[in-house]
Design a protein around this ligand. Sequence first.
Ligand SMILES: *Cc1c(COP(=O)(O)O)cnc(C)c1O
Length: 455
Amino acid sequence: MTQALTELQTSDLQHVWHPCSQMKDYEQFPPIVIKKGQGVWLYDEKDQRYLDAVSSWWVNLFGHANPRISQALSDQAFTLEHAIFANFSHEPAIKLAQKLVALTPEGLNKVFFADNGSSAIEIALKMSFQYHMQTGKTSKKRFLALTDAYHGETLGALSVGGVDLYNEVYQPLLLDTVRAQGPDCYRCPFKEQPVSCQAQCISFVAKELAIHHTEISAVIIEPLIQAAAGMKMYPPIYLKQLRELCTQYDVHLIADEIAVGFGRTGTMFACEQAAITPDFMCLSKGLTGGYLPLSAVVTSNKVYNAFYDDYGTMKAFLHSHSYTGNTLACRVALEVLTMFEEEQYIDIVQEKGERMDKLARAAFNQLPYVGEYRQVGLVGAIELVANAVTKQALPSEERIGYQIYKRALAKGLLIRPLGNVLYFMPPYIITDEEMTFMIDTAKETILQFFAEWEG
Ligand SMILES: *Cc1c(COP(=O)(O)O)cnc(C)c1O
């Protein structure tokens, strides 16, 4: 990467502050300026292409510049781009809400829109709290979240997050959250086996709920995959037991399906695999297939009714965003959901998931420094460790995941690491040939990196 910078790269470094980045790193590794996308591929200014194996931060479902979605967006843009959503409405939002209610688990009936995932989390937290204030449970002022949880980066969302990398510096500003140790199947403290797992680790949550339930408004969780934590996966039985505990203690369950919703885990929503209905489901990312920012909180009539009264009682939920229910985003989301119906994408995810599982296990299971390959639906993760027997972690200061990421990019593969976990979360339209390229290139890069690292 010692090539001269292009004009755009120079200007970027002068004016842009990028997310999730130490900007000093960009001096050695300048931003890659993407000029077009097609299917799973991103093309830079110099026509070098990258297979987007992370779906551009988990948002893209049906490929870049998808003709069907682009057409729907374009048509809508020439009709109505946006209208105020208080007292006004529009067909795309109405039809989208209707579809979301139909698709989400039985008992979720009302849709509140926002424009990004973190805002959806803030809304669910605020609604849960206000519900309890308005139904006489005024001691319920705290939330319970799991270790290693990720729910976004606004202050409320950070408060329930548990990834130190994002939280630590802001700790003095955050809410006082009750924390329970989450599932850790790779390093299971109960030595349970996946096939016979009874989720004994739910006892950590059970213990905190037994102590604190009168103060707790809601438990928030990422169903089946703690994604930002390093694609930590756990079985549906954990969710089933958590649902029972929440009901027993009169505590809401907030399912953050922002990363796992819309087919990622092989079902439309991860909660389906546990056959549970949360009190709130937060949705975003894949909702618009990676086109536009949009999010939604879907909740029950029971919650809705606690806010429904004469104006003077001041029970309304007054939360709003300028772009609430944005027409273009709703129209795109509607197209995405229609594509799920018409093009059987859940079946496609399952088929492609099986293929990826086979290829990846063959490629990675015996590789040095691979502690584990794990997969759910179309999310696969490689946990790199110093020692596969002791499961000892690699030294984090060497930024091995990041080194491998940079090398993979030079070979045309975009796999962003989470610490020393590499993962695949490709768009659902990935072809067999592209999937083979993805797995082979990742394997080659890992092998080459460690050969040099050791030498
Ligand atoms: C990405 C993500 C969020 C935050 O969404 P943003 O749109 O980035 O604010 C929240 N929860 C989970 C599980 C996520 O993956």
